[in-house]
Ligand binder design. Structure first.
Ligand SMILES: Nc1ncnc2c1ncn2[C@@H]1O[C@H](COP(=O)(O)OP(=O)(O)OP(=O)(O)O)[C@@H](O)[C@H]1O
Ligand SMILES: [Mg+2]
Length: 211
């Protein structure tokens, strides 16, 4: 199954969420995971190369891939029915090479923030995805939500996004998220993301009914 993590907005938390989800799926759910890094900055692959030097055994593979590499890669990936492929998308949807990536996805996870600059980019991502791949399920993850801030537009934003997909529970804004790396979720971060991932897993990713 191919899962894309995307938003047209830079810095929304795509790469961070990709890593946190990969760590969760391998460590908690013991699933086979491959991460495809399509972020222009290849931030995950760089972290991965560093982590590999320190770890003996990698729980999942990270492949840095250009858009041209994707169609061939997708064929291989689809043959492995039970494995989960997470694709960290770039923060710009300006390349036709992304179309096959969108088309291949069964699930899209879109982190976004409740600030005035994020909404349009989040909607743009959703419109493009739904146009290219109408059957792809779309989950919105409110990210960097501050406990002491009242977001005036929150219910309006949720209502608009619900036209494209499902808004799931939010992830708090916390400095320790910035220490997330391949294979390692800071222990303090784990309780903040676990309920969100448990819910997504249960509804969309589990293999057995009681998993
Ligand atoms: N919940 C959070 N709390 C605090 N910091 C966060 C949180 N989520 C992400 N960040 C931080 O925000 C910054 C941007 O996150 P990230 O690189 O994951 O975004 P991105 O969407 O991949 O960006 P780009 O579009 O540049 O690829 C990083 O420094 C990351 O550590
Ligand atoms: Mg990124």
């Amino acid at each position: 199954m191919i899962i894309i993590i995307g938003n047209q907005k830079g810095g929304a938390g795509k790469s961070t969420l990709t890593l946190l989800l990969a760590n969760y799926l391998t460590m908690v759910k013991k699933r086979k995971v491959t991460v495809i890094d399509m972020d222009y900055q290849q931030s995950i692959s760089q972290k991965y190369e560093k982590a590999k030097v320190l770890e003996n055994e990698e729980p999942y593979e990270v492949v840095a891939a250009g858009l041209d590499d994707f169609p061939g890669m997708a064929e291989l990936v689809k043959a492995e029915k039970e494995s989960l492929v997470l694709i960290d998308l770039p923060g710009k949807l300006d390349d036709d090479g992304l179309l096959p990536v969108f088309r291949s996805a069964e699930l899209a996870i879109c982190p976004f923030a409740y600030d005035e600059f994020s909404f349009e980019s989040t909607v743009l991502f959703s419109v493009v995805l739904k146009k290219v791949s109408p059957d792809c399920r779309l989950l919105f993850v409110p990210n960097r939500v501050k406990a002491n801030v009242r977001y005036e537009t929150r219910s309006d934003v949720d209502e608009q996004l619900a036209k494209f997909g499902t808004v799931v529970d939010s992830i708090p804004d916390r400095i320790d998220f910035q220490r997330t790396s391949t294979f390692q979720t800071p222990l303090s971060v784990f309780p903040a993301v676990r309920p969100v991932f448990d819910a997504i897993y249960k509804q969309y990713l589990k293999l057995k009914p009681n998993e």
